[in-house]
Design a protein around this ligand. Structure first.
Ligand code: F6P
Length: 238
């Protein structure tokens, strides 16, 4: 893993932007995208740049089950607000939280992933080490599936809802197996509350108990963390 420690999330967003520029130069055209607070500074950099994604495809990691794409708490809405409305892609795919037939929706999304191998996958990390919505204990070879969110994730994401009870209990998430298929992976983590998960991801034992630790087995991972999120790392990454 290549570890880059930056002062704060603003600088982190700029470094992530550089990774996007480099990978576009190499010919990357399919991007796996994440939501949540973490990638916001990255999307801000992309939006304020002259990069053009109109010949690119995006495939998002996850979506809440039960939310329609026009629901302001849905990840579909988030992506339009933070990226797609300013930087449209040729094709943008997200799981459809309002799909009537859940099994069909999962099949549809796995076919999308088969047809659109990801060049660069952007990831955040949950406080409990989740990537996408792959909570601790998730199988490491899983494809897209419906997952039950943990209390820790529901509590963390409640800040986007009126109250905790409004947070959906289930989500569709790309599995760890699908994430590991990406040619290149970029993980971002900012803030002290991510420090423990970051240390376990980079320096801990590889274990399904910390889904992000599986990334140690991927050949091309860059991690961008701010000083707070890096504070429990033992090795020197300068
Ligand atoms: O970036 P946040 O809001 O701290 O969330 C951590 C991660 O959990 C998720 O929200 C789960 O999908 C990711 O998208 C995100 O990067």
């Amino acid at each position: 893993m290549k570890v880059i420690i930056v002062k704060d999330k603003e600088v982190g967003g700029k470094k992530a932007y550089d990774v996007f520029v480099e990978t576009l130069k190499k010919g990357s055209r399919t991007f796996g995208l994440a939501t949540g607070g973490t990638p916001e500074t990255t999307y801000k950099q992309l939006v304020n740049s002259d990069l053009d994604f109109t010949d690119c495809t995006s495939v998002n990691l996850d979506e809440y089950v039960g939310l329609t794409p026009d629901n302001p708490q849905s990840y579909n809405y988030y992506m339009h607000k933070h990226l797609f409305d300013s930087k449209p892609f040729k094709n943008s795919y997200l799981p459809d939280g309002s799909a009537k037939d859940e099994n069909e929706e999962i099949k549809r999304y796995n076919n999308i992933l088969k047809d659109n191998p990801i060049d660069l996958q952007l990831l955040g990390i949950g406080k409990n080490g989740h990537i996408g919505f792959n909570e601790p204990g998730s199988p490491i070879d899983a494809k897209t599936r419906k997952v039950h969110l943990t209390e820790s994730t529901i509590a963390a994401n409640a800040r986007y809802f009126k109250n905790k009870d409004e947070v959906p209990q289930y989500a569709y998430s790309m599995g760890i197996g699908s994430i590991m298929q990406a040619k290149e992976i970029l993980v971002e983590a900012f803030g002290a509350e991510k420090a423990e998960a970051v240390a376990k991801m980079i320096e801990g034992k590889v274990s399904p108990d910390v889904p992000a630790s599986i990334l140690q087995r991927h050949a091309n991972v860059t991690v961008i963390v701010d000083e707070q999120a890096a504070k429990l790392l033992k090795k020197d990454y300068k």
